[in-house]
Design a protein around this ligand. Sequence first.
Ligand code: SAM
Length: 303
Amino acid sequence: MSNASENLKDRVRAFWQANPCGTKFAEAETGTRAFFERVEEHRYRTEWHIPGAAGFDEARDLRVLEIGCGLGTDGARFARAGAIYTGVDLTEAAIGLARRRFELEGLPGEFRVADAEALDFADESFDLVYSHGVLHHTPDTRRAVREVHRVLRPGGRAVVMLYHRDSYNYRVNIGVLRRLGAHLLRTEAGLRLAHRLTGESLDNLREHAARVRRDARGYLSSDEFLSRNTDGAGNPLSRVYNRSEARELFSDFAEVEFAVHYLNKRRLPVVGGLLPRGLEARLASRWGWHLWIYARKGDNSGT
Ligand SMILES: C[S@@+](CC[C@H](N)C(=O)[O-])C[C@H]1O[C@@H](n2cnc3c(N)ncnc32)[C@H](O)[C@@H]1O
């Protein structure tokens, strides 16, 4: 691996180590039972499509590997449904919390710190590899997808969520609105106005503002802007994929299908809160932020 890629991986690890995914949505002491309950309640209230899209209830007796398990919220759903569950993540923080989450509920599961790009599992070890919102954050996504393919048994399935390029969030919110909003961050009054308009925390907006002041051109470059405007201003790397890019990424697999979910109502001021669920689901299936990829490894071959 090149030095640049290694350095980026270190920054990715440091960011997620300091900001375990989902913790900001729970106002309870991290690692307590109340904390995990709130994380879970928030997750399936705001991303209510996940249980159906992930297929937790169909995973009984399957050997499931989750890559980038975060706090183990989806992992617990797999384990409760009777899957033989293994969770890996790049950070000690996530693995410590996910393990604790399983212990509190007495759920069976294996955990280890591991890098998606170089998994420490034998070929063909799993029936299902699941990864939600992870592989677009690793420097070499292609290498990680090759690892998904390698550890799956012939006929095994991958269920992977990546950020969606042809989405409202990417095309309109990040591509236009947040870009215009970045200019507000040049003054304190503008920053406060952005806070009122978006509900985004002043701390996060100040971090964006500091980046605009330091290097506006670099910050506004499309790759950098995308990364800083998905999972927090400190996030060093995010990518987006459309269907054909994802199809190409998963070209080693015998079959690939897609579904699109999640309108991310936090990014739809006012209107978001008023949408009935049926309409929200219809809009999300076209303009949603989450591209779900369902890929099956060929039965006998390398595909
Ligand atoms: C946005 S969070 C998603 C966590 C969880 N899957 C969820 O949906 O809540 C991204 C997670 O991916 C992990 N991650 C990033 N790069 C990784 C890599 N190369 N290998 C394993 N995990 C990685 C991070 O540590 C972090 O826990």
